[in-house]
Each structure stands twice: as structure tokens, then as C-alpha cells.
Write a protein that binds this ligand. Structure first.
Ligand SMILES: [Ca+2]
Ligand SMILES: [Ca+2]
Ligand SMILES: [Ca+2]
Length: 277
């Protein structure tokens, strides 16, 4: 009898282990819950506003086991959040949500956008002072690799005070499937065509870190937005690390800090130009 119980426990443990070795996504469309999940130290948020189709966003765990190098956090998509779960058994997983696009993302993509999901809030540094802003993310898409270079240029933007700070490291290019892929900025790209990683995404970026230094005291606006481009099919996702939206860097990821610092400086330069206008 005792042996049987042990055996049953062993099977249960094995099952739990298998389940934990993959990305697990729980749908969530409450903007405050989403925002609080990524909120880290030194920052207070308010005025949360979320727009998205049912099931377009969620929280996630098990990212590391699926090759994301971000283990938990939130996911926003241009289709179904849960579809990013593995395995990679389709080349074009899709949810057509019938949602409108988003003009700022259309500007970035260069093509009409559809199925936009937008999370926005105000933030300020604690203590009534200025500070630095950091957060970590991964972008992935079913548009990889077939539709790279086409009008299906799925896109996202991270707008701080109205300026997109999600730029391809070392450049002023936005991050889209046309700017980070197997042939451009390939050191920042993970090709999952083979299904080696337990996620439906055909390709995704390495973990990238946003670095914005020297933000002023007082209220700032933050906006995370993602959309399909060209048509409403073939989902894309952004994964933002839990507790990483902070005044101090969390878990400094690859690639090298040098590239990431360049990203931050470019973003700051854009903000300065905007404020000077
Ligand atoms: Ca869609
Ligand atoms: Ca796939
Ligand atoms: Ca798409």
C-alpha cells in the first residue's frame, strides 16, 4: 500500500514537472491587474486604461522553460494571448478579433493596423523626484519567418510621454518583424521554426531592456500597444517581465548592456527633441 502511494506521488510529481516546463498563459483583461503585475520598485502608477479584445492579454509563467528568458509577467497580443503557448504545431496561429487598429502603430509599421491592444497608465517616481526607468520584454510573432519584409509588418510601441522608446538597439528603427528577424539584427532573434522551444511562436526576440535615464519629477504617461499590420491575421505578442517596470534594472538580460544603453540614449534623445518643440 505504501509503495502504491509513493508511486502515485511520483507520477503526480512527474506530471507537475512536465506542466511547469512550458509557458502557461492565463487570460486577463483587467488593466489594473496587468499593470500591477509588471510594477517594480520606486514607481507609483495611476489612471490605468486598457483596450483589447477578450482573451487578447494575460499573465504568464514558465517563460524560461519555453526559451523566453523572462519567466513570468504579462502578455499583450494582436490576437489570442493563450495561443502563444506551445508546442509550435502551426505556422500561422491566429485569432481575428475584429478590433480596430491604432494610428500611432500604423505610423510605425507603415501599413494599416488591426486588432490593437493598448495598456496605458500614468506613473511617477516615488518621493517627488526624477529618476531612471527600466523594464524588460520579449516580442514574438507568427509572421516570422514567412512574412518578414512584407506588408504584414506586425508592430508594437512603448510610448513614454507619447514617444516610442522601443527602438532596435543601436538605431532609430522601431521594433517590428521587418527590423529584427533571421537576417537583420539576427543576434537579437530566436528562430523557432523547428519548434525547439515550447511556444507556438515561430520566432521571437531575445530579452530586451528599455533604459530611459534622467526622467523628470512628476507625472509621465506610459503606453504599451501592439497590433497586426496588413491584415488582422497571424498573431504577435509582447511579454513584459513581472516587477521589472522600475527605477532600478531587474535581472540585466542578454544581449550586452552596451546595446541596451544605446537604446535608452536614443529614446531619451527623442524625448528631449519632443520637449524642445
Ligand atoms: Ca489578429
Ligand atoms: Ca507557430
Ligand atoms: Ca499579424
Amino acid at each position: 500500500m505504501k509503495f502504491k502511494l509513493l508511486a502515485a506521488s511520483f507520477v503526480a510529481a512527474m506530471t507537475m514537472s512536465a506542466a511547469s516546463q512550458a509557458l502557461v498563459i492565463t487570460p486577463e483583461d483587467d488593466g489594473t491587474t496587468l499593470a500591477n503585475t509588471i510594477l517594480g520598485s520606486g514607481i507609483t502608477i495611476s489612471n490605468v486604461d486598457y483596450t483589447g479584445a477578450a482573451g487578447a492579454s494575460g499573465t504568464f509563467t514558465g517563460g524560461n522553460a519555453s526559451g523566453l528568458s523572462i519567466d513570468k509577467g504579462i502578455v499583450l497580443s494582436s490576437g489570442s494571448a493563450e495561443l502563444a503557448q506551445g508546442s509550435n504545431d502551426q505556422s500561422g496561429a491566429t485569432a481575428n478579433n475584429g478590433m480596430p487598429g491604432y494610428a500611432p502603430l500604423t505610423d510605425i509599421s507603415g501599413f494599416p493596423t488591426f486588432d490593437a491592444t493598448v495598456l496605458k497608465f500614468d506613473f511617477e517616481f516615488d518621493g517627488g523626484v526624477g529618476g531612471d526607468l527600466f523594464f524588460n520584454f520579449v516580442f514574438g510573432s507568427e509572421e516570422y519567418l514567412e512574412w518578414v519584409g512584407s506588408q504584414f509588418n506586425d508592430v508594437f510601441g512603448f510610448y513614454v510621454d507619447g514617444v516610442n522608446v522601443a527602438l532596435t538597439p543601436g538605431s532609430s528603427d522601431p521594433i517590428t518583424i521587418n527590423t529584427i528577424n533571421a537576417s537583420q539584427n539576427s543576434s537579437l532573434f530566436v528562430d523557432n521554426t523547428s519548434g525547439a522551444h515550447n511556444t507556438q511562436m515561430d520566432g521571437f526576440t531575445t530579452t530586451l531592456q528599455i533604459v530611459l535615464t534622467g526622467l523628470s519629477a512628476g507625472l509621465h504617461t506610459m503606453e504599451f500597444a501592439i497590433a497586426d499590420a496588413g491584415d488582422d491575421a497571424l498573431d504577435s505578442w509582447i511579454f513584459i517581465q513581472a516587477d521589472s517596470f522600475s527605477d532600478t534594472p531587474v535581472g540585466v538580460p542578454e544581449p550586452s548592456p552596451f546595446l541596451l544603453l544605446g537604446l535608452g540614449l536614443l529614446g531619451l534623445g527623442l524625448i528631449r527633441r519632443k520637449q524642445a518643440q
